[in-house]
Design a protein around this ligand. Structure first.
Ligand SMILES: Cc1cc2nc3c(=O)[nH]c(=O)nc-3n(C[C@H](O)[C@H](O)[C@H](O)COP(=O)(O)OP(=O)(O)OC[C@H]3O[C@@H](n4cnc5c(N)ncnc54)[C@H](O)[C@@H]3O)c2cc1C
Length: 553
């Protein structure tokens, strides 16, 4: 039963139309993922006058990396401060950025954060009663984004993970299908004129704060329709947490002194940040302790009030962080605070697959943050801006297709959903285990070697072939098996890209290739599923003149 209002927007029937066992919705634009990138995309598409459905794996507003924590933002006024920041980032970013993208992201972020202020976001005030707008509290930010999305007429499907994309006879992406987790795992389909993938990055189920929904599902789905990725070698982000915890917010750690297992403060070589020195030692398998003894006494109470969830697990364990040393560990954050993701080919964040757009951590952030982590401000700004561009771009793509999407669409999911051989029950945990073994350990990934990467590539390839034949789940297990396939695919792209970048650049460190190779000062594309391919991005980085001089000097 289709709604007569369909030409106006999505099917108005409360539960969508039932087709066989699936529930079917129609919209001009489908957004997958309801973090900051997905919600900004949905708002931009709705503002362009098209109908929008947003499907999230969890609950839009409380799911994902931002909702759990918050974001400091790359939010700077137009003028010299902005230009200085661009040049400073270019000088650190391994020569892979694009100044045009940096300028437009800064401009869009400025505009959108100011809009948040107009919507009543309660920014804190400084002594002069000026709002401090460069930082957002996750729960407050995402609660408001959800409300805004809802009020703009977007249909939100919570607990509706997508598991595969749908394409028409010409291979144009025309929707997605998934399961409704709170409705008996029933299949859903959304037919749409264009799709935005905003499903976050991939942290390989490391357990890091807010990242366990970020299993790379969107990257797998996009690769299944031919999209390419970029910068997957820049996926070595780790955060520090107590040895027994998963709290990885980094702000408080600026006040930490780090000690070796004998309680001696770490000796820091010139210019090496303390956090990096601690990570280096941990990656060698040594124990490291932290104590926040550099926190000024007058700030300690407000630190507790501003991030109570940082202190909670420590205080529960009887640790006074200001006076006691406590052991720490590294928690993998992969491409969430790293850089790699789907390659975007134009200013609308189109991917290399027609009808498919990418936003947030699902897209590469090399254009604005290059070879280094974008986790401290750039990624949050990128989520806002790329979401806006992708939503707008998808709306523009979808409008001429309104009412013209083919009646019959083909699902493109393969590994984990349509095995070529006999199903082997219980395979998903084994697949996840292999993917994790080859990527999560800091000993393997924080500093890489060609030899280890070769061994990983071979083992992961075998696991992929096995998964293609035997990995499958139905009902609740379908999501598990697709997540396992996505993690394995990400581990393979990460490994292939790290092998192909035979040098050290930014967060990609190779002990067998400890220096940068000038002939590799380009972005590196990776793609394919049965066989993985890598190639230089034909579009070169675009650095501002001053920065080129700085890099050369
Ligand atoms: C602890 C921590 C602190 C951080 N601090 C900062 C900071 O201060 N500044 C900064 O710039 N960046 C920071 N980052 C990074 C920043 O949070 C991310 O860049 C940002 O959240 C990206 O937004 P996103 O919408 O792309 O992804 P997310 O916020 O991760 O949202 C992804 C959404 O997609 C949904 N999803 C996943 N799979 C599917 C599927 N199959 N179907 C449907 N929906 C799906 C998820 O449920 C989730 O809602 C931090 C990250 C962490 C982990």
């Amino acid at each position: 039963m289709n709604s007569p209002d369909r030409h106006l927007g999505c099917d108005r029937h409360e539960d969508g139309a039932r087709v066989n066992d699936a529930v079917r919705y129609e919209a001009d634009v489908l957004v997958l993922g309801g973090g900051p990138a997905g919600t900004w995309a949905a708002l931009a598409a709705a503002a362009a006058g098209v109908s929008v459905v947003l499907a999230d794996k969890g609950f839009c507003g409380s799911s994902g990396a931002t909702a759990s924590g918050g974001n400091n933002l790359w939010y700077l006024p137009d003028g010299p401060v902005r230009e200085r920041s661009i040049r400073a980032r270019q000088a650190q970013a391994g020569g892979l950025t694009d100044v045009t993208w940096m300028r437009r992201v800064l401009e869009t972020t400025w505009e959108k954060v100011n809009l948040l202020a107009e919507w009543g976001y309660p920014f804190p005030l400084d002594r002069d009663a000026t709002q401090l707008r460069a930082s957002l509290q996750g729960p407050e930010y995402m609660r408001r984004m959800r409300r805004r999305v809802h009020r703009s007429g977007v249909r939100i499907l919570d607990h509706h993970p997508a598991v595969e994309l749908l394409v028409d006879g010409d291979g144009v992406v025309s929707g997605a299908a998934g399961i409704a987790r709170q409705q008996g795992q029933r299949r859903w389909e959304v037919r749409a004129g264009a799709v935005v993938v905003a499903t976050g990055g991939c942290a390989l189920l490391s357990g890091g704060f807010g990242t366990n929904v970020d299993t790379g599902d969107g990257l797998l789905m996009a690769a299944e329709v031919g999209a390419e990725l970029s910068g997957m070698e820049f996926s070595t982000a780790y955060a520090l947490s107590p040895e027994w915890g998963v709290h990885t917010k980094g702000l408080m750690m600026q006040f930490a002194t780090y000690y070796d297992e004998s309680g001696t403060p770490l000796r820091l070589a010139d210019g090496v940040p303390p956090r990096f020195a601690a990570a280096q030692l941990l990656a060698e398998g040594r124990r490291v302790l932290a104590r926040l003894d550099k926190a000024p006494p007058h700030l300690r109470e407000s630190m507790r009030n501003s991030q109570p969830n940082f202190f909670l697990p420590l205080e529960k364990a009887g640790v006074n962080v200001f006076s006691d040393m406590y052991p720490i560990r590294m928690v993998y954050e992969g491409t969430v605070r790293g850089t790699g993701g789907l390659r975007v080919v134009d200013h609308a964040c189109a991917t290399t697959a027609p009808g498919l757009f990418a936003a947030g951590d699902a897209a590469t952030r090399e254009l604005i943050t290059g070879a280094i982590s974008g986790g401290g401000s750039h990624n949050g700004a990128w989520a806002i801006s790329s979401g806006t561009y992708a939503g707008r771009g998808a709306a523009r793509f979808a409008l001429p297709r309104r009412g013209a999407v083919a009646a019959s669409l083909a699902p493109r999911g393969r590994v984990g959903i349509r095995p070529s051989g006999a199903v082997r029950p219980g395979l998903a945990p084994e697949v996840i285990d292999v993917a994790q073994q080859h990527v999560l350990p800091p000993q393997r990934t924080f500093v890489r070697t060609g030899e280890q990467l070769q061994a990983s590539a071979a083992a992961l390839q075998d696991a992929w072939q096995d998964a293609g034949r035997h990995l499958h789940g139905s009902g609740r297990d379908l999501l598990r098996s697709r997540q396992a396939a996505a993690l394995l695919a990400c581990a393979r792209w990460i490994t292939a890209a790290a092998l192909a970048r035979t040098e050290t650049r930014g967060m990609h460190r190779r002990s067998d290739r400890p220096t940068a190779d000038p002939s590799l000062a380009h972005r590196l594309l990776v793609g394919g599923l049965a066989e993985i391919r890598t190639r230089p991005d034909p579009v070169g980085p675009l650095l501002s003149d001053d920065s080129t001089e700085e890099l050369a000097s």
